[in-house]
Write a protein that binds this ligand. Structure first.
Ligand SMILES: Nc1ncnc2c1ncn2[C@@H]1O[C@H](COP(=O)(O)OP(=O)(O)O)[C@@H](O)[C@H]1O
Ligand SMILES: [Mg+2]
Length: 222
């Protein structure tokens, strides 16, 4: 499905990704583990076209993503929840979730269908849908960012350290939601980054490890 092949990235002249290769497979949850600064966020940003590559290719099915400008990648069906959430604080929770639908040119019925599905998976978002996104807690903001990514994710969902900073109750809730998501959208290819494998052990089909910009030999292939 999503194939990252020997991608290298430099930031301000320093190599931060070295020939990163990984396949993100439909129906599988791939977990990318690495400590702070290992290159997890840079890997996701490279996939989203938010940072230029020195070399390597990124393909989604038969499409070369490198030839696709960042703003059209959403149309390719890749949803992305950045670690820093990036919500628009003045807009309501629901407006934030609906935002990508504008870029995607979805009709009203399709937007309503996707919103229903998101609220079914994340009922707490329905409860706070009218609140300004700037007024929700950091943990709730992670849920909103997940909802927004789900508006887009037809094929691939990228979640950058979704559990980081979540209170234990919210972390459990988030993990439960990912389990539900797997049931309702079995076809999705999921890539989740984390600094520790503990929370994701149960939902990971495959675990990759990244260290200093390099992917180590996979520890379990599923
Ligand atoms: N905006 C930036 N300016 C300079 N260096 C950066 C920037 N963003 C990331 N880096 C460097 O790139 C490396 C990888 O960072 P990142 O992908 O954010 O790691 P992770 O998400 O695994 O914590 C780190 O060594 C970090 O210092
Ligand atoms: Mg990061």
């Amino acid at each position: 499905m999503l194939s990252v092949d020997k991608v290298s990235v430099s930031i301000e002249g320093v190599r931060v990704l070295r020939k990163v290769s990984c396949d993100i497979v439909a129906r599988k949850t791939t977990v990318l583990i690495g400590r702070n600064g290992a290159g997890k966020t840079t890997t996701l940003r490279a996939i989203m076209g938010l940072i230029p590559r020195d070399e390597g290719s990124i393909r989604l099915d038969s499409d070369d993503l490198a030839r696709m400008p960042a703003h059209t990648r959403a149309r390719a069906g890749i949803g992305y929840a950045p670690e820093d959430r990036r919500l628009i604080p003045e807009l309501s929770v629901e407006e934030n979730i609906r935002l990508p639908a504008l870029a995607l040119n979805l009709d009203k019925a399709e937007i309503a269908r996707r919103l229903d599905e998101i609220y079914m998976l994340l009922p707490e978002l329905h409860v706070m849908r009218s609140r300004p996104a700037g007024g929700v807690s950091g943990g709730q903001g992670k849920m909103v960012a997940l909802g927004r990514a789900l508006t887009v994710a037809r094929k691939v969902l990228l979640l950058d350290e979704p559990f980081q900073g979540l209170a234990p109750a919210l972390a459990l809730e988030y993990a439960r939601t990912l389990g539900e998501l797997r049931k309702h959208r079995p076809e999705l290819a999921l890539l989740i980054t984390e600094s520790s494998p503990v929370l994701l052990d149960r939902i990971a089909d495959r675990t990759l490890q990244i260290e200093r910009g390099e992917i180590l030999v996979p520890s379990n292939q599923g």
